[in-house]
Write a protein that binds this ligand. Structure first.
Ligand code: GTP
Ligand code: MG
Length: 563
């Protein structure tokens, strides 16, 4: 129960902080709609019975006032319609507003250091979360909180009305209705919880496995795993379907339970009003009113049915989203390094998320402004991790990173489904045409772009589809050139380019980088050769640092891949 509250708290907090007035207004209007409905039904029952009784004797028919009750009925009908309209408007507007705010918070969370890394591990999962989990939260207010409050309110109002006929009748009715009306959904919600959670997991697996099948078709086919992947998808589908089936059963059970309880309640109410009328404690029209009020008061509880079934899903969504909302709104910028330096790492260690071994250990390194450092070492030694540390992606566990603003050229080229121009403008939205051509030329891509029928406006597919590996890399470099930061962090910048092209690009890169500091993670001699210093990293530790002109520098270069 406390976990339940802990998960919901930040979300409720956000709901209330965001649109408190509209949400309360929606709840009030919702209650008004239901109350007006109950009163309408009760008054109508009273009126019909009273008129027909009045019709039995001529004297009564003349004195019977038909105008006041019928005006009341009309008023209630209008109030109900207007309140319902207003309620829809207020609740949906408020809910959508709150969900939009939630999405914004989540997006901001994804912009936190380290989040991009997590995102790239499971993009399908996170995408799903952004859409489905937030959608699941709209149940919380619309289908759980408001209907529950309104139903309890209706039960209370009805028991007061019936209590005026006989206190015991009102009390018994109210207690039974509230007890069963809330008890049944709670029981059903509990029974559905596991299945709702399983269904959500199943659908998530179904999605990500299908995405894997589509995106990795070639690899799966070559590895002979296509059939196995299809089976895995079928298994996820089966799992979700099974959970769905169970949920349907719970829903059927709940519908049946509601039917049973309301029949029971109405039968007892009918007997009660009949007995009260018989003993002349109430008149026949009032008996009709009582019965119809009882009938109408049961109705709002049926609205809790969907909310009860979705409770499990909603709680799961809350549990997954809540930690993301706790993330601070603004991230601390990295500490500034001492004057004249691009960065300084005083004995810094770092861990990757969910990893018990440090990926970097006791890194003691500083770079002066304008200096160029190459970081070399075998695959998995920690080169990319060092760049992640310097860009603020990877937090330091001991020691603190002090660095100027940096731009990171990641090892894997990230391009977006947009035009070439759009992909470049990401780096700097205000760039003019001439500058775009300059950076394309500097990256050695201008001739290729000009050969395309639509030039710089050529649209790219998802992940930059439509360009070769080398062209994608050069586009990423062109984008880097638009980033006017004092420090550039380059992860294997010319990987995938042929020797002549790479040398050309490196030459321009060196020219563009004049006055800036560079850190280049590399396996290739030509890339390390533009550096002033070389740091060798082994198993997360720096094992050697050499400066241009020293013998160790040449030896380090010799260990690298020629061209
Ligand atoms: P190459 O790019 O292959 O030359 O290697 P690198 O020197 O750039 O290695 P990198 O810094 O990427 O990785 C260093 C170690 O950290 C390796 O053992 C990786 O398995 C591990 N590692 C890298 N990224 C992650 C991550 O996101 N999470 C976890 N848990 N480990 C990671
Ligand atoms: Mg790397």
């Amino acid at each position: 129960m406390s976990r339940f509250a802990a998960d919901l708290k930040p979300i409720l907090h956000l709901f209330l902080a965001e649109r408190r007035r509209a949400l309360l207004l929606g709840a009030v209007l919702s209650a008004m709609t239901v109350m007006a409905g109950i009163a309408l039904l009760g008054l109508s029952g009273w009126f019909i019975t009273a008129t027909s009784l009045a019709g039995l004797s001529a004297a009564a028919a003349i004195t019977f006032d038909v105008f006041a009750p019928s005006a009341g009925i009309r008023l209630l009908a209008i109030v109900r319609t207007v309140a319902r309209y207003g309620e829809r408007l207020a609740t949906h507007d408020a809910t959508l507003g709150v969900l939009a705010a939630l999405r914004e918070r989540l997006f901001r969370g994804f912009a936190e250091p380290g989040a991009a890394r997590a995102l790239s591990h499971r993009p399908a999962k996170l995408l799903f979360r952004l859409t489905a989990d937030i959608d699941a939260l709209d149940s919380l207010y619309l289908r759980i909180l408001v209907p529950a409050a309104v139903a309890v309110g209706a039960a209370l109002a009805a028991s007061v009305a019936l209590g005026l006929m006989h206190p015991l009748f009102g009390l018994g009715f109210g207690l039974f209705l509230a007890g069963t009306g809330l008890g049944l959904p709670v029981i059903a919600g509990h029974a559905a919880r596991k299945h709702a959670r399983r269904r959500a997991h199943g659908i998530e697996a179904l999605r990500s496995r299908t995405i894997d099948l589509v995106a990795g078709q070639t690899d799966l086919l070559m590895a002979g795993r296509l059939a196995a992947q299809k089976e895995a998808i079928a298994a996820a589908d089966g799992y979700a379907a099974h959970a769905d089936d169970r949920l349907n059963r719970v829903e059927t059970g709940l519908t049946f339970g509601f039917g049973l309880v309301s029949t029971l309640l109405l039968t007892v109410s009918l007997l009660a009003v009949a007995a009260l009328a018989e003993s002349e404690m109430i008149t026949a029209p009032v008996a009709a009113l009582g019965l119809l009020v009882a009938f109408a008061a049961v109705e709002p509880f049926a609205a809790l049915r969907r909310g009860a079934l979705e409770l499990g899903r909603t709680l799961l969504a809350a549990r997954r989203i809540a930690p993301r909302l706790a993330v601070a709104d603004v991230t601390e910028p990295l500490v500034a390094p001492p004057p004249g330096y691009a960065f300084s790492l005083p004995d810094v260690s770092a861990f990757h998320e969910n990893s018990a071994v440090p990926v970097l250990q006791g890194i003691d390194l500083a770079l002066q402004q304008g200096e160029r450092l190459a970081v070399i070492g075998s695959s998995g030694a920690g080169k990319s991790s060092l760049l992640a540390l310097l860009s603020g992606e990877l937090p330091a566990s001991t020691g603190s990173v002090a660095a100027v603003t940096a731009t990171l050229l990641t090892q894997r080229t990230e391009l977006f489904e947009d035009s070439l121009r759009g992909n470049l403008l990401l780096a700097n939205p205000d760039t003019g045409e001439a500058r775009l051509r300059d950076v394309l030329a500097a990256a050695g891509l201008l001739a290729d772009v000009e050969a395309m029928p639509r030039g710089i406006d050529t649209p790219l597919g998802e992940g930059g589809l439509g360009l070769s590996g080398g062209q994608s890399r050069r586009l990423a470099l062109a984008r880097l050139f638009l980033r006017d930061t004092p420090l550039w962090l380059l992860d294997e910048p010319t990987e995938g380019l042929d020797g002549a092209n790479a040398r050309d690009v490196l030459c321009r890169l060196a020219a563009m980088a004049t006055g800036r500091s560079l850190v280049i993670a590399t396996h290739i001699r030509r890339e390390a050769a533009i550096a002033d210093r070389i740091a060798v990293i082994e198993g997360g530790r720096i094992s050697e640092i050499s400066r241009r002109g020293e013998a160790a520098f040449e030896k380090a270069l010799d260990r690298l891949r020629p061209d």
